[in-house]
Design a protein around this ligand. Sequence first.
Ligand SMILES: *Cc1c(COP(=O)(O)O)cnc(C)c1O
Length: 399
Amino acid sequence: MNINEIIEMDKKYYMNTFGNRTPVCFQYGKGINLWDTEGNKYYDFLAGIAVSSLGHAHPALVKAISEQAEKLIHCSSLYYIESQAKLAKMLVENSCADRVFFANSGAEANEGAIKLARIYFKKSGTPEKYEIITLKKSFHGRTLTTVAATGQEKYQKPYMPITPGFKHVRLNDMEALKNEIGSVTCAIMMELIQGESGINPAEMEYVQGVRKLCDENGLLLIFDEIQTGMGRTGKLFGYENYAVEPDIFTLAKGLAGGVPIGALCAKAHAAQAFEPGDHGSTFGGNPLACAAGLAVLETIIKEDLIGNAAVMGNYFHSRLETLARKYNLIEEIRGMGLMIGIQLVEEKAVEIRNRLFESGFLAGSVGSYVVRILPPLIISRPDIDLFIDALEKTLKDII
Ligand SMILES: *Cc1c(COP(=O)(O)O)cnc(C)c1O
């Protein structure tokens, strides 16, 4: 089918939650490149929103998925699953967590984290504690509970009443956080870099202060690492940048390189609150998704893609900083590693994104003022140079 036929069919049959999408349909990819139905080639600097961590069609991931699909895709967690146990072991050995539970998406992993925090207090003799403090401008998912956790009204309003038990405070405002902690508070949940609201990093002192506050008040600390995890920030997990360990953290996006998966990871004291029957999932932790996750994590470690994300991230930031000094349209460059936001002084983010697309480069935008870049972790210096040239040409064209 050509692109117009596909668009026409989509408009007729698919629910219109995405509005007018970028008018392209990709057919296949290799590394950082994608090709569309009309044979055009693109450079993917968005990686399906931080998902395609190994780029496209990475041989190790293709092999793992194909071999597992030939053997067994699903059997249910009523039985023991080798790739599930192996991926859990590898995550535990490489993180501060002691136990893992697999879901199918980020929102589901966060639902698990919220349930775990609540049940932990139910079982430790303080059942009155249920409230979770999260941050304004955060994003934690689209289920009724995770939109309640999300600190953005636009996701909540159309669905009232949403799950009770959440309060929102401003990022990097320690006093505001202290003021909200009360007798029913059970946990604080946050992203280390707010991705969906424009790449807003939490400050070092803030994150360390939050950990201290949780310790002093007996609260659980939950990091939503769905976007910051799996090497994205130049460390395997974002919390490593802050020298702080959470009690619970969640993963999804980059974990299986595009195969749907979510992970709820917790230290032993928190994890033990889940006992037989307390939580579950039909698809979660299936042989296929876990084989894919295992291949991604093994490749990230074997090919030192964490180191690559750090080095390429620094290079990318420095090239963008140079552009920022040259073009007044750019106010600042934010982020860590390969999670980058370009803050503009004018409402030109969508135009820049669209012009980059016209020149064959995929990037994202958040609102009207932020261009968002989330390339695959396999990115190389020449790829970045090409992107910078395209961006500079775009900047020249629009000012
Ligand atoms: C994408 C994202 C989610 C939601 O993940 P889904 O797989 O879309 O449910 C939650 N939290 C953060 C920080 C995210 O970036």
